[in-house]
Design a protein around this ligand. Structure first.
Ligand SMILES: [Zn+2]
Length: 92
């Protein structure tokens, strides 16, 4: 399962005709960045409409500190109030 983290955009100036070339011209290229379960980075070309939909489903990186074992770890969560289980406590 790929978890999408962010959306990047850049202006493609090389493939635009002359009158549109420059700061004002160019066509936007939207890419979505995501992380797999194994930790590998994935990129995907998306359209403008897909970017609007993905913006609502992005995962945020959040740091958690377990109160029982006092160890911090980083998780990807969708909502602010979500509390994931501690990986250190479950392994013991
Ligand atoms: Zn813990």
């Amino acid at each position: 399962m790929i978890r999408w983290i962010g959306i990047g955009s850049r202006w493609n100036n090389s493939r635009t005709p002359w009158p549109k070339k420059g700061v004002r011209g160019g066509t936007p290229k939207l890419t979505a960045y995501g992380i797999d379960d194994n930790g590998t980075l994935h990129t995907k070309r998306i359209t403008k409409i897909e970017a609007l939909l993905l913006k609502t489903q992005l995962y945020k990186r959040k740091k958690f500190v377990c109160l029982s074992c006092r160890r911090s770890s980083i998780f990807l969560v969708k909502h602010k109030d979500e509390i994931p289980p501690c990986p250190y406590c479950d392994s013991d």
